[in-house]
Write a protein that binds this ligand. Structure first.
Ligand SMILES: Cc1ncc(COP(=O)(O)O)c(C=O)c1O
Length: 438
């Protein structure tokens, strides 16, 4: 473990030894003074993505018009899926790029539940991204009424499936694995968790949890949104069943870029998508009147894919593919260790605490720093200190570190500015009332 020092010179020395330092030049940086610590929400724009977007618009959409579908557009969900597969330990033919994370969760979780209709338990945790919990609640609602869409709430009248949400034993930093283990039983159809959780950055041991689920005959679905591109993942080696994830965070695919889904080839032909669209049909251009599912993961495509953002994203993931996950992870650990050190030495005396695991093996590429006035401090950082973190209630300021473009000097500057906000009481002038997007 590196022995850290709080001096700027030390941060600059880490930068001079950083094998990934040159990757920063591959990104558009319009304001060199901006401390951007939100790549865990929206990654910076790679130069190659900007060039590709222009090319797709001018040359492909503009000139090829409909011919584009036969020049690589139609296959793009599979081609780009296989590229992402290289980052998440999935052999070709198991990852496709499509839709949003939320929609993909709906399709895969519904498929998993209807595959084992006699098992009624879904296990997740209170650390999961809330949208994932809402999707599960919606599926439970839908399935409980025999496939008919039920009214939103009938006083808890939802029948059949039960959703168990595992809680934390240490103030929302680490889930209680013993509770999780004992909740998985022979009635469990699905265990679904965020691999790296969005608030504390806690990282599940994928292999271990997958084994626990499989021992009881349950399927496992991982949300990789916060881990893809930041943490090495071995879906095939872990024998994972299903996964989903986004491309706009550490993969730098652009706002609203399409998401991906993974279906292990061992179960692909056993599962049925709940959305029977023509892109998932066996022979879409036969225009037959009855649905026949395509073989493999293709059946989880539904309709026409957003080509401009998909092809832009394909270019955006290039720097990640070039750098490789091992180098990315090594720098990420050094950055989160360094940020934890600065939290302890500078911010703890000012009322902050670390809201993330101290063991880097259990941590993704962001940390949360907690303060009772976290929301107003976050506002002050954005409005007047040119620092962009984000805020997650009740008290977490999240600081995300991307190995491809975050420098150690930038982290040092960011912490220095956080310290100044408190010392100069800059946050006190902001209202406690929150803006729409935090
Ligand atoms: C972990 C996680 N899961 C799911 C989602 C929802 O993704 P989408 O809005 O693309 O459906 C997000 C969004 O940030 C997320 O962070």
């Amino acid at each position: 473990m590196t022995t850290f020092s709080p001096s700027l010179a030390f941060a600059q020395q880490l930068d001079s030894q950083d094998p990934l330092a040159s990757y920063r030049d591959q990104f558009i940086i319009t304001d060199p003074d901006l401390i951007y610590l939100d790549g865990n929400s929206l990654g910076r724009m790679p130069k190659v993505a900007a060039e590709r977007a222009k090319q797709v618009i001018d040359e492909e959409w503009g000139s090829d018009l409909i011919r584009g579908w036969n020049k690589g557009w139609w296959e793009a969900p599979h081609r780009v899926g296989d590229k992402i597969g290289k980052l998440i330990g999935a052999e070709a033919g198991q990852v496709i790029v499509t839709d949003t994370v939320s929609n993909n969760l709906f399709k895969l979780a519904t498929a998993a539940l209807t595959h084992q209709p006699n098992r009624k338990r879904i296990i997740t945790d209170t650390f999961n991204f809330p949208s994932d919990l809402y999707i599960l609640q919606g599926i439970k609602n839908l399935l409980s009424y025999g496939g008919r869409v039920a009214p939103h709430d009938r006083g808890g009248a939802y029948r059949d499936h039960e959703i168990i949400r595992i809680t934390s034993s240490d103030n929302d930093i680490t889930p209680n694995i013993a509770k999780l283990e004992s909740a998985i039983n022979e009635n469990t159809a699905l265990v679904t968790l965020s691999h790296v959780v969005f608030k504390s950055g806690y990282t599940y041991d994928m292999q271990h949890i997958t084994e626990l689920a499989h021992n009881k005959g349950a399927l496992v679905l991982w949300d990789l949104s916060h881990s893809v591109g930041s943490v090495p993942i071995q879906l095939d080696n872990c024998n994972a069943d299903l996964a989903i994830g986004c491309t706009y965070k550490y993969l730098n695919g652009g706002p609203g870029a399409p998401a991906f889904l993974y279906v292990n080839k061992k179960i692909q032909d056993k599962l049925t998508s709940p959305i029977w669209g023509w892109w998932g049909q066996k022979n879409p251009f036969d225009f037959g009147l009855d649905y026949e599912p395509a073989a493999g993961a293709t059946r989880f495509l539904a309709g026409t894919q957003p080509m401009i953002s998909l092809l832009t994203m394909e270019a955006g993931i290039e720097p990640t593919l070039q750098a490789g996950m091992d180098a990315i992870r090594a720098k990420s650990i050094l950055m989160t260790d360094y940020a934890s050190f600065l939290t302890d030495s500078w911010l703890a005396p000012l009322g902050f605490s670390l809201g993330s695991p101290r063991d880097s093996a259990m941590r993704g590429s962001h940390i949360s720093i907690r303060h009772t006035d976290g929301y107003r401090i976050n506002r002050a950082l954005i409005e007047e200190m040119n620092v962009i973190p984000d805020f997650r209630a009740p008290d977490n300021i999240r600081l995300g570190f991307s190995s491809l473009y975050t420098s150690f000097a930038e982290i040092w500057q960011g912490f220095d500015r956080i310290k100044r906000v408190i010392e100069e009481k800059r946050h006190e002038k902001y209202p406690k009332q929150k803006l729409t997007v935090t």
